[in-house]
Design a protein around this ligand. Structure first.
Ligand code: FUL
Length: 486
C-alpha cells in the first residue's frame, strides 16, 4: 500500500495528458446543481401527440389554471435545483410572444394573447430559488424558413436572442438533436457555431447541452445509467448528436425505451482513450420522463414512475457522476398532476433526509499517506467543499482512509467526491468493513468517482470502515467523504 507506483515514462506521460483535461467553471457549477426538472408543454398537451405536426391552430393552447408557481414549488419539494422549459418544441409553437412568428401564445386564448409562459416560469423559478434553463428545438415543423439554409439560422438565432436577453440568467441551453424529417423531408443545415457564439456572448455562464460542447447526453431516454460514467472522453463525442440522419424517427416510443448500446459502454477508461488524440471534459446527463411520454397524456395517469424507481435512478445518476433531468409534464389546465407532485415530494424528502446527517464528522479519521502534498490532514475531507481537498504526491496512485467510531454504526450510504477542477482521476476504489476481530470484508468495489459517487451499502453495521483508492491517474485528489446512517 502507498508505494509510489512504478510508472514507465510513457505511462506517466499518458496519465499526465489525461489529467490536463479539466472542466470550465460553468460545467462545475452545473454538476454541483445535480438534479433539475424538465417541463414539456406545447400544443401537444392538447392534441395528445408527442411530436406536433406544426400546423396546429394556436387557439388550442389554453391552460385555464396555468400556475407556474405550482410547478416551481413541486420542483423545489422534489429536491431539484432548476427548471428547463420547452420554450419551443418541434411543432414550432412558442411559449413566449416571439416577434419573429405568429405561431405563439400571442395568438392563443391564454390571457387573451397577452400571456408569456416563459416569463411566468422564469419568475416562479426566481421566487423559489431555482435556476432557469431553456429548450429551443432546432427542428421546427412550422417555420416557413426551415430547410431554407441561413434564413432559418437567422430565425433561430433571433429567437435565441429573445430568450437569452429577456428572462434573466439562463443556466443551460438544451440543444436537442432530434429531427424526424427522414430521407424525403426538408434538409436544414444548422449553424451550430453561430448558435454557440450567440449563447456564449449573451449568457457566458450557461452550459450548452447535447448538440453543444458542455454537457453530454447519456445516450438513452429510459433513465439507464452506465456503471462507469467518465467525464473525460474523446472530443468527437461533442459532435455525436449533431447528425440528424442518426436521429430518432416517427416510432419514437421505441426510442424512449431504448437502453444503452453495450458497445458504447466504455467512453473514457485509459484503454478507451489511449489512441484518442483530442479529449474533452464532457460530463453526462441522465434525462428521462416521469411518465412514458414527454408530454402529458391522461391515459398515462396510472403509469407515473414510483418513488422506488426514481430513487434508484437518482442514486445511480446523481450518485454516478451525472446530472439528472427529470421531466414532469403539465396537464392541459396548466398544472402538474397530483400523482406526479406526490411522488416528487417523496423523492425530495428522501434526498433531504438520507443525506442530512454526515456521521463521518464524528469519526476518527486517519489516512495513508498521513498528510497530503500541502501538509493537509485527511480531516479536510469532512467539509463538502471543492476548495479543501487531499492531494497525493505525483505517482502515488493509492490512498487509504480509515474511519472509526466509538460505537457500532448502521450505514446506508457512503458519498465520495473528487476535486474535479483537477480533472477526473480515480480509476478504481474499494470499501471495506473492519470487524472487531480485525478481519476485513470488502463490501463494495467501484471505478469512477468524478463529481460524486453515492455508494449504497444496504444496511451494514460496523465500527470501522476503510475507503481505498486503488488506482488513479497520476495521483488521486479527493474533496469529500460523507457517511450516512439509517
Ligand atoms: C427528444 C425529443 O424528440 C422529445 O420529444 C423530447 O423533447 C426529448 C427530450 O428529446 O429528442
Amino acid at each position: 500500500m502507498n508505494k509510489v507506483y512504478k510508472y514507465t515514462e510513457e505511462q506517466l506521460k499518458e496519465d499526465m495528458r489525461l489529467v490536463q483535461v479539466i472542466p470550465h467553471q460553468r460545467q462545475i457549477v452545473y454538476q454541483e446543481m445535480e438534479f433539475f426538472c424538465f417541463i414539456h408543454f406545447t400544443v401537444n398537451t392538447y392534441t395528445g401527440r408527442e411530436w406536433g405536426t406544426g400546423d396546429e391552430p394556436e387557439n388550442i393552447f389554453h391552460p385555464v389554471k396555468m400556475d407556474a408557481k405550482q410547478w416551481a414549488k413541486a420542483a423545489k419539494d422534489g429536491g431539484m435545483k432548476g427548471i428547463i422549459l420547452t420554450c419551443k418544441h418541434h411543432d414550432g409553437f412558442c411559449l413566449w410572444p416571439s416577434k419573429y412568428t405568429e405561431h405563439s401564445v400571442k395568438n392563443s386564448p391564454y390571457k387573451e394573447g397577452k400571456g408569456d409562459i416563459v416569463k411566468e416560469v422564469a419568475d416562479a423559478c426566481r421566487e423559489y430559488g431555482l435556476k432557469f434553463g431553456i429548450y429551443l428545438s432546432p427542428w421546427d415543423r412550422n417555420s416557413k424558413y426551415y430547410g431554407e439554409g441561413d434564413a432559418y439560422n437567422d430565425y433561430y438565432v433571433n429567437q435565441l436572442e429573445e430568450l437569452l436577453t429577456s428572462y434573466g440568467d439562463i443556466f443551460v441551453v438544451w440543444l436537442d438533436g432530434a429531427c424526424g424529417e427522414g430521407e424525403n423531408g426538408k434538409y436544414q443545415s444548422y449553424d451550430w457555431d453561430r448558435y454557440f457564439e450567440v449563447i456564449r456572448r449573451l449568457q457566458p455562464n450557461a452550459c450548452i447541452f447535447g448538440c453543444g460542447p458542455d454537457i453530454r447526453w447519456c445516450g438513452n431516454e429510459a433513465g439507464q445509467t452506465r456503471p462507469s460514467e467518465w467525464s473525460v472522453v474523446p472530443a468527437d463525442m461533442a459532435d455525436a448528436e449533431k447528425v440528424s440522419s442518426l436521429s430518432q424517427h416517427e416510432d419514437n416510443i421505441k426510442f424512449r425505451e431504448r437502453g444503452i448500446d453495450s458497445t458504447l459502454m466504455d467512453l473514457g477508461s485509459r484503454e478507451r482513450l489511449k489512441n484518442e488524440e483530442k479529449l474533452i471534459f464532457y460530463p453526462a446527463e441522465t434525462n428521462f420522463s416521469i411518465r412514458p411520454g414527454w408530454f402529458y397524456h391522461p391515459e398515462e395517469d396510472d403509469k407515473v414512475r414510483d418513488f422506488e424507481n426514481l430513487k434508484d435512478i437518482y442514486l445511480k445518476s446523481v450518485g454516478g457522476n451525472t446530472t439528472m433531468l427529470l421531466n414532469v409534464p403539465p396537464t392541459p389546465e396548466g398544472l402538474l398532476h397530483e400523482k406526479d407532485v406526490a411522488v416528487l415530494s417523496q423523492l425530495g424528502n428522501f434526498i433531504r433526509e438520507a443525506f442530512a446527517d454526515n456521521i463521518a464528522l464524528q469519526a476518527q479519521m486517519s489516512s495513508l499517506p498521513l498528510t497530503d502534498v500541502q501538509g493537509n490532514d485527511v480531516q479536510v475531507l469532512k467539509t463538502d467543499n471543492m476548495d479543501s481537498y487531499f492531494e497525493n504526491p505525483v505517482g502515488m496512485r493509492e490512498l487509504e482512509i480509515a474511519l472509526e467510531w466509538e460505537k457500532e454504526q448502521r450505514i446506508a450510504y457512503l458519498v465520495l467526491k473528487e476535486a474535479i477542477q483537477f480533472s477526473q482521476r480515480v480509476e478504481q476504489f474499494a470499501i471495506s468493513c473492519i470487524r472487531e476481530e480485525g478481519t476485513e470484508e470488502t463490501v463494495y468495489e467501484g471505478t469512477v468517482i468524478g463529481h460524486k459517487k453515492i455508494v449504497p451499502l444496504g444496511d451494514i453495521k460496523t465500527r470501522k470502515l476503510k475507503v481505498r483508492i486503488t488506482d488513479a491517474r497520476v495521483a488521486p485528489i479527493l474533496s469529500f467523504i460523507g457517511v450516512y446512517g439509517k
